[in-house]
Each structure stands twice: as C-alpha cells, then as structure tokens.
Ligand binder design. Sequence first.
Ligand code: SF4
Ligand code: SF4
Length: 98
Amino acid sequence: MVDEEEASMKYRFTESEAPLGRDLYVLETGKWRTERPCVDAEACVLCGICALYCPTGVIDVGDDVVSIDLQFCKGCMICVRECPREAIEPVPEEGSGA
Ligand code: SF4
Ligand code: SF4
C-alpha cells in the first residue's frame, strides 16, 4: 500500500514518454535541508554563477531577482561558496538544530 506522501511524489508517464518505467518518483529534496540559502538582493549582481553551480538546478536568475525553489533546494550551500559577491547567506531552518 502506498501512503499519501509517497503518492504525492509519484508521477505517471505514458510508455513513449518513459519507456523504461512509467512511474517516476520525485524526491522532495527540500526536506533534507537544515539551512536555507537567502539572497541579499542589494549585493547580488545577477551574474548567474550560483545557478550554474547549483547541483539541483533550482536557482532561477531573472531580470531583477534571483529565486530559489525551496521545495527542491537540498541545502548543500554550494551556491553560498561560489557566489563572487558573498550575496547568499545560509540561514538555519526552524527546528533543524543547525
Ligand atoms: S552568484 Fe551571487 S551575485 Fe551572482 S546571481 Fe548568484 S547570488 Fe547573485
Ligand atoms: S543550497 Fe545547494 S541546492 Fe540549494 S540553491 Fe544552493 S546550490 Fe542549489
């Protein structure tokens, strides 16, 4: 029996979309995080380097703002280390003990 949380992470595709298996499980990697990356909009110059290095591809650099999809950001803090402007700060998640 599949529980509710597992079912919410399960996506079903047609055989032509996913010939090796129609059930795809998508991990909500945001639940792994103990810290979240917070961008200082004043310091950010929208260079896009953080987005290039993010291993989960969750950073979107727009015309005037950087946004991070926290549902899937796993909190690795690579973006914090790679930002040349030190514009991203790690902030502990509530209740994480970090
Ligand atoms: S690397 Fe830093 S300065 Fe460049 S877009 Fe990301 S947050 Fe902004
Ligand atoms: S903490 Fe890691 S996963 Fe999250 S936005 Fe930064 S580089 Fe990407």
